[in-house]
Design a protein around this ligand. Structure first.
Ligand SMILES: [Zn+2]
Length: 330
């Protein structure tokens, strides 16, 4: 499979390919990057490469052997996935203990046993410390692939015991090309989705295949504008509603941040950088009614709110604090 079937990150994939062939893949890998950038896809490709039964190690994963197919279908007995049971919460300590038991038994089929753990940034300290114990002395056949948005919010000892593979946003052109060639999108749609994706391949593919994804983004921008016209009681009521469904909150804050970033681009006479071209008229109206200082402040507050959300802050309070400073334009 060319580049393991992964779009972009060629150099990283080549390195991993050689590590697999030489049998020197680190026992703990930490893949970081924003939501929907492709962390799961890369983790699964690494797992498949380790489990694949193709005779030529440089051809692994082949995508055809029984190990590859079972891994891709999520039923390989030597591959475990540990995800939070509740949306917006981290993996629990009991799940880490189950994972330890899974890794303590030798592989069923091949030479490796692999666990992928997601949303590490949401994990609490107890679970993190339990994980650290496994990282200190993993069985020789065990591999842990840890996924997180940002290494800075994790226990430093977890980061230092892992090989860090950061995934940075891809160029729009690479995403657009892949959407056309591999997902058969039209040229115009591909370039629009690439622009909106913020360099995240997973987001672009999801937006292409599931219209709800784009509707969610449009609704978030609608809310950004609506908030400006709301008085404080109405804003607090919205904060309460949003806090009840905290699962989508991280994506919502990111859409708001990108909306405010567009306002700043217009204020700085940088319209070619606009992400939400379809909302340009409304964004321009906003840009002309506010000054750069208030826009910069909104960006700062949103980044802060995003960081607090990762620290498991009280979501309602977090939104209320944010809405107190949201400009009022009646
Ligand atoms: Zn294979």
């Amino acid at each position: 499979m060319e580049n393991w079937g992964i779009v972009g990150y060629n150099w990283l994939v080549q390195q991993l390919q050689h590590a697999v062939a030489a049998g020197v893949v680190a026992q703990s890998l930490l893949i970081t990057g924003p939501e929907s950038i492709g962390k799961h896809t890369l983790a699964l490709a690494i797992a498949e490469a380790l489990l694949c039964e193709a005779p030529d190690p440089l051809q692994r994963p082949c995508g055809l052997c029984s190990a590859c197919r079972r891994a891709a279908a999520g039923n390989h007995p030597d591959l475990g996935l540990v995800e939070p049971e509740t949306e917006g919460r981290g993996v629990k300590i009991e799940q880490i203990r189950d994972m330890e038991r899974f890794l303590s038994l030798t592989p069923n089929v091949g030479a490796h046993k692999i666990t992928v753990i997601t949303d590490l940034e949401l994990m609490n300290l107890n679970a993190g410390n339990a994980l650290l114990k496994t990282l200190e002395e993993p069985p020789a056949y065990a591999h842990l692939i840890l996924l997180a948005t940002d290494a800075d919010t994790l226990l430093p000892t977890i980061v230092s015991r892992s090989q860090h593979l950061p995934l940075r946003p891809l160029d729009d052109a690479i995403i657009a090309q892949a959407l056309v060639e591999r997902w058969h999108a039209g040229e115009a749609e591909a370039s629009r989705l690439a622009r909106l994706s913020g360099g995240r391949m997973g987001w672009a593919v999801r937006a292409l295949t599931d219209p709800a994804h784009l509707q969610e983004m449009e609704a978030a921008l609608g809310q950004l504008f609506a908030l400006l016209q709301m008085d404080l009681p109405a804003r607090f009521e919205l904060a309460q509603t949003l806090a009840q469904n905290s699962g989508g909150l991280s994506q919502l804050l990111e859409y708001w941040r990108l909306g405010w970033r567009d306002v700043l681009m217009l204020q700085q006479a940088n319209p070619q950088e606009l992400m939400f071209l379809e909302q340009r008229a409304t964004l321009e109206a906003l840009a002309s009614r506010l000054d750069v200082a208030s826009t910069t402040r909104m960006l700062h507050l949103l980044t802060e709110a995003q960081a607090n959300l990762l620290r498991n802050a009280n979501t309602r309070l977090l939104l209320e604090t944010l809405f107190l400073d949201w400009p009022e334009l009646y």
